[in-house]
Design a protein around this ligand. Structure first.
Ligand code: BDR
Ligand code: CA
Length: 321
């Protein structure tokens, strides 16, 4: 991040407990100029995502950040929520108040185009959700890529899965859209499930957040408690993972992750590997390339490691002060 300059950021999310943790961080980090937030069906239905997003921005004390309602379902698949993880309302069923803010009077794709092209400096786009809005944007308004610095997306995995044994939820939910994103022709960082799952706030810190008098920090604590990691051995509170927020940490502190430029492809065929991100970590060509020739594949900066303590500290210092 250049010193003295804020990074123009747009988040495309499916709020979502951990999307909320990402929004709280983005609103409160002095190095981020949050220019818009767009919403897509994923963890819950898109209207629920819009409501949750507006509520979080309100509690976080965000300025006048426009929020756009986007796709109701993936390009081909039906919408398949993650309410069993994020609660019936997508926000851990915390009984949060309805927001007073209203969404923008334009749809997410229109808002994305407008805000990207209007930004005085190239925008960093941070999708923390299924990639439907982003694919629609890239196909409808390809000219936006001229003012995109980088796309840092939470999605995919090198060697694990959650929606299936090999597929991560955001890519699995709309694999075709993810395939469009990977060939966007702009620099891309993949903050995948392998690193996503490792950044956990320790139990005692979660408890302190829950007891905070400041509404944003208190909300962060309640949300983290909804995302328990493994139970603490000493019977103390389990910690909570910051999830999607790690991708936003990687925008302001890229040195906190170790990346390698690797070919990445989404498995689109029906069957058990659908939605898998196939990351090629081989150091030399294999028999497929030798006999059938090399295929053109997008190179993506894939996060292979994360400095957990550094991101936990960064996130806590920013959200709770
Ligand atoms: C991703 O899926 C969603 O449930 C989370 O918000 C995160 O973006 C993790 O696979
Ligand atoms: Ca998400």
């Amino acid at each position: 991040m250049p010193t003295g300059q804020t990074v123009p950021v747009i988040i495309d999310c499916d709020t979502g407990v951990d999307d909320a943790l990402a929004l709280l961080f983005a609103v409160r980090h002095p190095g981020i100029d949050l220019r818009a937030v767009t919403c897509v069906a994923g963890n819950t239905d898109v209207d629920g995502v819009v409501r949750n997003t507006l509520t979080v921005l309100e509690i976080a004390g965000a300025g006048d950040v426009p929020v756009g309602r986007g796709a109701e379902r993936p390009l081909i698949e039906p919408a398949r929520s993650a309410r069993h993880v994020h609660g019936a309302d997508g926000m851990g069923d915390l009984g949060l108040p309805a927001p007073a803010r209203l969404p923008a009077d334009v749809d997410a794709v229109t808002l994305l185009r407008r805000e990207i092209l209007a930004s005085p400096r190239p925008v960093t786009l941070v999708p923390t959700a299924p990639l439907t809005n982003i694919a629609l944007l890239l196909r409808t308004h390809p000219e936006v890529t001229r003012n995109i610095e980088r796309i840092v997306f939470m999605g995919g995995a090198v060697a694990t899965g959650n929606a299936t044994p090999v597929a991560e939820f955001n890519v699995w939910h709309d694999p075709e859209a993810a395939a469009v994103l990977l060939t966007a022709g702009v620099p891309i960082t993949m903050y995948g499930l392998d690193v996503f799952e490792r950044v956990v706030v320790p139990g005692p810190r979660v408890r302190r957040l829950r007891e905070s008098a400041e509404p944003g920090a208190r909300l962060a604590g309640a949300l983290l408690s909804h995302r328990p990691a493994t139970p603490a051995a000493d019977g103390d509170d389990p910690g909570g993972g910051i999830g999607d927020a790690g991708a936003v940490c990687a925008v302001v502190d890229p040195a906190g992750i170790t990346t390698r430029a690797l070919p990445v492809e989404v498995s689109l065929a029906p069957g058990p590997a659908r939605g898998q991100t196939v990351v090629d970590r081989r150091s030399r060509p294999g028999e497929a390339e030798i006999h059938e020739g090399t295929r053109e594949q997008a190179l993506v900066d894939v996060a292979l490691d994360v400095d957990v303590d550094r991101f936990v500290r960064l996130w806590l210092d920013t959200v709770a002060g």
